[in-house]
Design a protein around this ligand. Sequence first.
Ligand code: ATP
Length: 236
Amino acid sequence: MSLLSVENVSVSYGKVEAVRGVSLSVEAGRVATVIGPNGAGKTTLLTAVMGLLPYKGRILYDGMDLSKLDVEARVERGLCLVPEKRELFSEMSVSDNLILGAYSRRDRNNVARDLDAVYDRFPRLRERRSQLAGTLSGGERQMLALGRALMTKPRLLMLDEPSLGLAPLIVREIFHVIGSLRDLGVSLLLVEQNARAALETADFGYVLETGELASAGPSKDLIHDPRLIATYLGEH
Ligand code: ATP
């Protein structure tokens, strides 16, 4: 069953319609990805799902119409967005950034245990737990952003360009971690320009071009689609 269902959604900035009539879904426990070039509307779509932009159409999350919930209520129900800029608190330590991720949770008693689980997943963050977030490398910052998102106990984790600005080796590491989040039962909506890595990680893919869906299908089919290879994937 779909955890998230986006139905015929359009989002405008004034007169400019950045997303036009897009429908997509994320199945429970699966990874879906939206790929597409710069300016295709990927970030806009995630921002609307998070409740930070008005939209036309319908968005259902766990069967609920999201238009009835404000951002806080969405967060409480397990929606979480890691924006492209990561938005960490650079003057605070790694551990404080992680603990702040649990800020809106009711089950405060489990925070210490979950912090430990995040450190198990990202040993590099444990080593650097006292270091200021602003002094981390790009890859470590992305790990911290993912770790902080996990501290919210997400059911649907939306990641905006997690590989942006990272070296190829680090990108592989980040995608490996993202794929492993399935074990936690977290569902993922992954927005990426790095189409190949995204499709290799995801179960299902959508291609967004100038605000509209150009194709959709299981990732293993899209990755062999000659048009996508020519446009986004390149020869491997
Ligand atoms: P990128 O990968 O470059 O972030 P994207 O696919 O995420 O691209 P969006 O950032 O969603 O694309 O942008 C979609 C379109 O909406 C673009 O044409 C962009 O210029 C426009 N846009 C985005 N934010 C705003 C805004 N705040 N006001 C006006 N237009 C905007």
